[in-house]
Design a protein around this ligand. Structure first.
Ligand SMILES: [Zn+2]
Length: 293
């Protein structure tokens, strides 16, 4: 065991490392120290992972994009401790329960709000003021379950072109008089016609939203008898309501483009539905359409 100890630890890293039981049977104090150091290092990595995950989940619950709030040195500043010098130090401290994560989250949110207040171009902040409702009583019909910069109550419109639903990654665009228009991040219409990047604004889905959304699914399939019934059977079997159906036959190639409007709470079952539709015979493509405006 004299010179075998380090070899033993290194080769075992690829598996699960040394077992804690070894501490009891390893005679050499030096080896014991090495095993203890291994556990400390391994725990730290685990704590960093746990702390980071916890922080991200909690910030998302509050409607924030973790990436925005953890910019630069903000996390280290928020932790405000001499002994926590890097982001990983703070994550590890949160993961191990050594610091109060709640206090750090509050500071991060405060710093983020301050940053936004100081860096928002004046025109956009004026527009946001206009579209902020004057009282707390809100019409449920106007609520589309989107938070703007982590706050509810803004007038928000879901863009028709890309039809975002909860679970989709989204981006907001401030429009004078019309509030914030929310697109899917991959929608090419967000910044068409030389629109202003400064008017883009952070939006997120409210965690507690229980609203119904209609998602459009575009199916290109053979224009044959029975096809329609087979298509409709798929959402029906999944107990999803169909709110609209539009079919356009393409005479030249004997195909049909069918748009199914399906009622959903979020994108969770949409991928499943689309996969099931793809598996049907004579279905050539299934997609969520984006209309270029
Ligand atoms: Zn769009």
């Amino acid at each position: 065991m004299q010179n075998g100890d380090s070899v033993e630890i290194l080769t075992n890293r690829s598996n699960h490392g040394p077992s804690r039981d070894w501490l009891n049977i390893v005679a050499s104090g030096d080896t014991r120290n090495k095993i203890r150091a291994w556990f400390r290092r391994e725990n730290r990595e685990e704590h960093i992972r746990q702390g980071k995950e916890y922080l991200e989940v909690e910030l998302k619950k509050l409607g924030y994009t973790p990436k925005d709030l953890l910019k630069g040195d903000r996390l280290i500043t928020a932790a405000g401790s001499q002994s926590l010098q890097s982001k990983d130090d703070v994550f590890a401290a949160i993961g191990s329960g050594a610091v109060n994560a709640h206090g750090i989250i509050i500071k991060l949110v405060e710093m983020h709000k301050k940053y936004l207040a100081e860096n928002k171009p004046p025109e956009v902040s004026e527009m946001l003021k206009e579209i902020r409702p004057t009282n707390k009583v809100r019409d449920r019909k106007d609520d589309c379950g989107v938070l703007v910069e982590g706050e509810s109550g803004f007038v928000v419109r879901l863009a028709k072109c890309c039809n975002p639903i909860p679970g989709d990654e989204i981006s907001g665009y401030v429009t004078r008089g019309r509030g914030v228009t929310v697109h899917r991040v991959d929608c090419p219409n967000i910044l068409s016609d030389g629109e202003d990047v400064a008017r883009m604004i952070g939006v997120s889905w409210a965690a507690s939203s229980d609203l119904d959304y209609v998602v459009d699914i575009e199916v290109v399939c053979a224009d044959r008898s029975g096809m329609f019934a087979e298509l409709i059977a798929v959402p029906s079997e999944m107990q999803l309501n169909i709110s609209s159906i539009h079919a356009t036959p393409n005479k030249t190639n004997k195909t049909s483009t069918v748009i199914l409007g399906i009622e959903v709470k979020n994108s969770g079952r949409v991928a499943d539905l689309m996969n099931k539709l793809r598996m049907l015979k004579d279905v050539y493509s299934v997609s969520r359409p984006i209309r270029v405006t």
